[in-house]
Every structure is written in C-alpha cells, then in structure tokens.
Design a protein around this ligand. Structure first.
Ligand SMILES: *Cc1c(COP(=O)(O)O)cnc(C)c1O
Length: 456
C-alpha cells in the first residue's frame, strides 16, 4: 500500500547527510578549469591558496573525488536548522486543481533566510581551522553577507563584508542584521581599496555591482595578513556544500518511494540549483535514472538562455581567476529596476557544463510574473518567498498547469531557497503596480560580449 505522504517530510538528525557529493566526479566531460588571468594557464593550488583557504582551494580544484566527509563541527551547526523540510504542497495542488504532485525543499528556516548558510558555515570552519583571523566577502542583496556573519560569529572569526551600494542604502535592515552578528559592513565601491577608488573615479555616483564588490573583497583579503576571501555562489566548492540540499531532498523522496519527474531551481550563480540537482544529475550521468531539470533565471539577467559559453572574468576589477561559463560579460550590469535578485553576470562552471551537455534546461521569466507567482504562493502555502525563489515557483506553477491539460500526475520538486522579508520594497512596488520588466536588447548583449577576454 502506498504510504500517505505528510505535508512535511522531515528526516531525523541521524539521516542527515554525513558527506557532501561532488557531481563533477561523475561527469565524463568536466567543467573547464579556472585560469590564471595573467598567464591564462590553469590556476594551481598554490595560486588559489593565496585567495581562498587551503582546504577550500583543494575542494575547488578536485573534480574526481565523489564524496567529502562533512566535519562534525559543521554537521553540528547544521543541526541547528537542518534537516530542512521537504514540503508536499497539498494546498497549492488543491488551489491549482492539478493532478501534479508538487514538493518544495524549504531552505528559508534560519535567520539568514536562505540556503547560503550551508556554505557559509563550511567556509568559515575551514578558515578557522587554518588559524586565520578573518574573511572578506561581498554581498549583493544581503543574504550571503548575513549567512557569513552568522557563521563567523559562531566561530569567532572577523567578517568584513563589501555590500553593493544600492543594497546598502535600500536594505538598511539587512546591514543591521550583519552588524548585529558582528560583521563590519562597507558600502561598495568604497574608498578603502585601490579598485574601489578606481571604479569611483571612473564611474562617479555608481551604485555598484556584485562584480565590483567582489574585486574589493578580494583586494581586502590579499592585502591583510591572516585574511582570505570567501564567495557565496558560483564556485564548485559552494555547489559541493550545497549538495546537502539535494541529498536531503532525495533521501526524503526515497523514504516515501517517490521518484521525481521534474526538478526546478532558480539560478543566479547556480549554487542552490547545483546543490539541489547534484545527486539527481549524478544518477543521470551514471545512467541510473532520468529527470527533467530546469534552471530558472530572470529575463533581465539571462546568462544561460542568452549568454555565451566562454571564459570570462568573475569580477569587474578582473582580479579573480577566469572561469569558463555561460556569461553575459563581466561588464554587464542588470537594469536597476530589476528587483528580483539573481543579478550575477555568469553561471557556475559546473551548471554551465551540465547545461551545455543538455542535462539541464533553462528558462527565463519576467519579474512581474515572478512576483505574481510569489504572491499566489504566499497566499496559498503561507510562506512569503524570496523574489529569487519565486522564479522557481513561477515555473513550478506553469508546469503544474500543463499537467492539468495533459492529465499527467508528474512529481514536481522545486527549491524554495528563502524568505522575502527583506524584499518588501520590491513587493511594495509590485503591490503598487509600479514594477516593470526590463529585458536587455541583443545590441546591449553584443556590446558586452565584445568585451570578453580573448582566451581560446
Ligand atoms: C543568493 C540566493 C539565490 C541565488 O543564488 P544561487 O547561487 O544561484 O543559488 C537564490 N535564492 C536566495 C534566497 C538567495 O539568497
């Protein structure tokens, strides 16, 4: 007899993963290596260890080891907010009158409000273990900075956050949460770093960008003794840590004998999507199962659907290694009227390669549609979703609607990456009917592609 599936599938503490899964190990064609921007040769462990903690640099370069033990200290921290529930969206199914079965993995159940804490605690742990004084980073919308400040305060590490100026000004509460956890928060571009002063001189009055804040944080890490830089998305090490999401989701589904048909995630730099899909993509790569995987991105920053697969800079200041990825060009800055997060110009090399191999599909959605789906979901399922997460909600609802037409009882799983309490200015604009969609023109993208570094 089929087991009745509860509204929330919780795993026991003991069932929480003991290892992270590195999907690159099962890829026959691997993601292309990071390159040193000076020599254009693959970065070495030694070079990378100047920027990142050594253990994290090792994880970054390792594309053959399938499993990494999760240290007990990290697992114990995870236990404060994990395992996270896999929710059967019965209320949403009922409201939509769809034959589809919809599940979402909810990662918003911690103070930082998103999945980013899964990697923040891991990165802070390795920094501490290496005996460092502190770490530097950038934050855009603020979730990563918040997660990192929580992890650093737990481990008694100094935390310096460069926050994109427009968010620094528009999201004072995010800033104060970070400061409450002891982080030092600087508006970027700042006058603290050489690259910040250069960008301020070149673009007076600029409200900043993620790529620019990354350059500042890297410079701050490399010019202070005992500091390293940490990054909350895009990197292979971050996808590795985020695999805890997918491993738990799969364990929860397996517990009830449910086989997902479709897995949907929003994609900014690709970390939650990469983490959610990792164990499933691993099965696909090993020829054990098949899934339809959809990455959802904003139409205003469409790196997978309209970008080009090329080596590019990860930051505006061009100090980071080059990564082969689907990119809009490191000079691309999404329109200021785009409120829905997911603003990074490139996509994780791993997700990019899986997309290029056809294992992952992509779809772009416009922000007014995203907020409409967000509000619908909030009213039906109770959770006020982050705008980023709502990209996945939008496509999950679209797919459930399609099932109504075909009568197919598909199992749809999507990642609900976080809550949207700090995004109420964007919700206000939506509620006031003042939200607009901005889609870059082909000419704008072509101009940005023309600036890509010449590598191949
Ligand atoms: C940062 C963030 C994202 C996007 O980042 P990815 O690396 O693409 O996962 C999505 N949702 C929330 C809530 C976030 O904070």
């Amino acid at each position: 007899m089929e087991k009745k599936i509860p509204y929330k599938i919780y795993l026991d503490e003991q069932e929480m993963p003991r290892q992270w899964y590195n999907v690159r190990a099962d890829m026959k064609k691997k993601p292309q290596p990071l390159l040193n921007p000076g020599t254009l040769q693959p970065v070495t462990l030694e070079e990378l260890s100047g920027i990142f903690c050594e253990e994290l640099a090792k994880q970054e370069l390792d594309d053959t080891t399938p499993y990494f033990d999760i240290p007990d200290e990290i697992r114990n921290f995870y236990k404060m907010y994990r395992p996270s529930p896999l929710v059967r969206a019965y209320c949403l199914e009922e409201k939509l009158q769809t034959p589809a079965h919809i599940y979402y993995k909810f990662e918003g159940n911690n103070t930082s409000g998103s999945h980013k804490l899964n990697s923040a605690i891991a990165q802070a742990y390795y920094a501490k273990k290496q005996g460092l004084k502190g770490v530097t980073t950038e934050t855009g919308a603020g979730q990563w900075g918040t997660a990192l400040s929580m992890a650093c305060s737990y481990l008694d590490l100094d935390c310096q956050v460069y926050m994109v100026k427009c968010s620094y000004e528009q999201k004072p509460f995010r800033r104060e949460v970070m400061r409450t956890y002891g982080a030092q928060v600087t508006s970027s571009p700042s006058m603290n770093t050489e690259v910040g002063r250069r960008i301020n001189a070149e673009f007076p009055g600029t409200t900043g960008s993620l790529g620019c804040a990354i350059s500042e944080a890297v410079e701050a890490a490399t010019t202070q003794q005992g500091y390293r830089y940490v990054l909350g998305s895009v990197l292979a090490q971050v996808l590795l840590h985020q695999s805890v999401i997918g491993l738990e989701a799969k364990a929860a589904l397996d517990k009830y004998g449910v086989k997902a048909d479709m897995i949907i995630g929003c994609a900014g730099g690709g970390s939650n999507l990469g983490g959610l899909i990792s164990p499933f993509a691993g099965q696909m790569l090993r020829g054990e199962a098949d899934y339809e995987i959809i990455a959802v991105e904003p139409a205003s920053c469409p790196s997978l659907t309209r970008g080009t697969y090329a080596y590019d800079f990860c930051d505006t200041g061009k100090v980071c290694p080059l990564a082969k990825m689907y990119t809009l060009g490191s000079g691309f800055i999404p329109s200021a009227n785009h409120a829905g997060g997911l603003r990074y110009h490139g996509m994780s090399s791993t997700v990019s390669e899986l997309y290029d191999q056809g294992l992952v599909k992509a779809r772009s959605v416009e922000q007014t549609e995203v907020f409409k789906a967000a509000q619908y979901f909030a009213c039906v399922e109770g959770i006020l979703p982050a705008p980023e997460s709502s990209h996945a909600i939008k496509v999950a609802i679209d797919e459930a609607e399609k099932c109504k037409e075909t009568g197919a009882a598909k199992n749809i799983v999507f990642g609900l990456t976080g809550t949207g309490y700090f995004d109420m200015v964007a919700y206000q604009r939506y509620n006031d009917g003042e939200m607009s969609d901005y889609i870059p023109t082909d000419e704008e993208l072509a101009a940005s592609f023309a600036q890509l570094p010449k590598v191949e």
